[in-house]
Design a protein around this ligand. Structure first.
Ligand SMILES: Nc1ncnc2c1ncn2[C@@H]1O[C@H](COP(=O)(O)OP(=O)(O)OP(=O)(O)O)[C@@H](O)[C@H]1O
Ligand code: SF4
Ligand SMILES: [Mg+2]
Length: 384
């Protein structure tokens, strides 16, 4: 077990050039009157090294490259809320979710839980008795994966799958474990008589319910739901989303809900963060952001949503080109090669900080007449 804080520094040449966004996204969240966030990421960064094969290195002298999957994200999520995370494929949503559950170790940045930094895989929390105690982070945070087909061990029965986290939670006797397995299976809407079945004996929706039960078994406080319904039929999607909402109310769960489908995000999220090429580019409450998207990328994203009612349709915004490679991201604003509203050379040269536009935070130079969002590090966030 590591004993150092999960606050790791990237080598200076690895870190993005230009002004840092600091803890800008953190600030508005502190402004919603809910006090200390449950989970808070500051400057969270994940770079994946890509090593070329020995042959490629010898013959064409190919160098090691770096995928900048997540590049300095600040995000704060308060107890009991659901933050929706949207963005095109490959923009870093899963990597961010995995870092927040420590399935990926960050290259740089810090994660805090209830204001306390992670030390190794442990964090100090205040117990029911009011005393601080150290607990493994995975007791507090869990993940529900996109693909219920591949995220469950095909060789284990439901009972075995659920017993693993229950033992890790400290349940010891067979009786205790069995009672909890029965409770969980029933709670997620499965037949308790099917606990000796294997994952392949269930439908996709049922398998996702097993995945949810497995996450719930640890009695976590925070769950990253990474596209939990995208591989399911629409009717089943609704059932699984309803289940997640019921469980949230019952157990005061906090969600980071990752999805491509904006209608799902609109339905389930209290707030939405929009991600592009490893950066969060806009953040606000769901109603504000859907009503008045400010960042050109958010505008394009929302304009692409099919709307049946003619009067409610937005003009389509067709973005030119594809998402740039995270191996060689553009300097300045990450969106500038595709931006239809580019302000000028500043867009190509400097990473925009977050500007406060109404209740939203927008990382775009178009709003540089608005105040820059103060960083949490400056202590200003408490004033907002
Ligand atoms: N283990 C890894 N090694 C190298 N590159 C990786 C690794 N995991 C992810 N990446 C790269 O990091 C970038 C972000 O990937 P990520 O899976 O986080 O995106 P995403 O937004 O979740 O995409 P999707 O919507 O398709 O699930 C991509 O370019 C991806 O290829
Ligand atoms: S900073 Fe410039 S390039 Fe980036 S979204 Fe705003 S206007 Fe477009
Ligand atoms: Mg993903």
């Amino acid at each position: 077990m590591m004993s150092e804080p999960v606050s790791v520094q990237a080598a200076p040449d690895e870190l993005a050039q230009g002004p840092s966004r600091g803890q800008a996204v953190t600030a508005p969240l502190a402004s919603n009157g809910q006090g200390t966030p449950l989970v808070e990421a500051s400057g969270l960064t994940k770079y994946f090294p890509i090593r070329p094969s020995l042959l490629a290195r010898m013959l064409v002298r190919q160098q090691e490259k770096t995928v900048r999957a997540v590049d300095g994200v600040d995000l704060a999520i308060h107890s009991g809320e659901t933050v929706g995370l949207v963005g095109e494929s490959g923009c870093g949503k899963t990597t961010l979710g995995r870092m927040l559950t420590m399935l990926h170790t960050p290259t740089a940045g810090e994660i805090r839980f209830q204001g306390n930094p992670l030390v190794g895989q442990q964090v100090t929390v205040i117990g029911d008795d009011g005393r601080p105690r150290k607990v493994p982070y995975y007791h507090l945070t869990q993940i529900v994966f996109q693909n219920p087909y591949s995220s469950l061990n095909p060789r284990k029965t439901v009972r075995e799958i659920l017993s693993v986290p229950l033992r890790a939670r400290g349940l010891k006797t067979t009786g205790e474990i069995e009672a909890e397995v029965q409770f969980l299976v029933e709670r997620v809407g499965l037949n308790p008589r099917h606990v000796d079945r294997y994952p392949h004996q269930f439908s996709g929706g049922q398998r996702q319910r097993i995945g949810i039960a497995r996450a719930l078994a640890m009695r976590p406080r925070f769950i990253v739901a990474d596209e939990p319904v995208s591989s399911l039929d629409v009717s089943i999607q609704a059932q699984v989303i309803n289940l997640l909402e019921e469980l949230q109310a019952e157990y005061n769960l906090t969600y980071l809900f990752i999805a491509h489908d904006l209608s799902v995000i609109y339905h389930i999220s209290d707030r939405v963060a929009v991600m592009y090429l490893g950066h969060i580019v806009e953040e606000g409450t769901t109603d504000d952001l859907f009503a008045t998207p400010h960042h050109p990328y958010t505008q394009a994203l929302l304009a692409a949503v099919p709307v049946v009612e003619k009067s409610a349709r937005r003009n389509r915004i067709l973005l030119q080109g594809g998402v740039p490679s995270p191996i060689d991201p553009p300097p300045g604003c990450p969106f500038h090669p595709r931006c239809f509203a580019k302000k000028g050379s500043i867009c190509e040269e400097q990473l925009p900080p977050f500007f406060q536009v109404g209740n939203q935070r927008v990382a775009c130079w178009l709003y540089d007449d608005q105040p820059v969002s103060p960083t949490a590090a400056s202590g200003d966030s408490e004033r907002l």
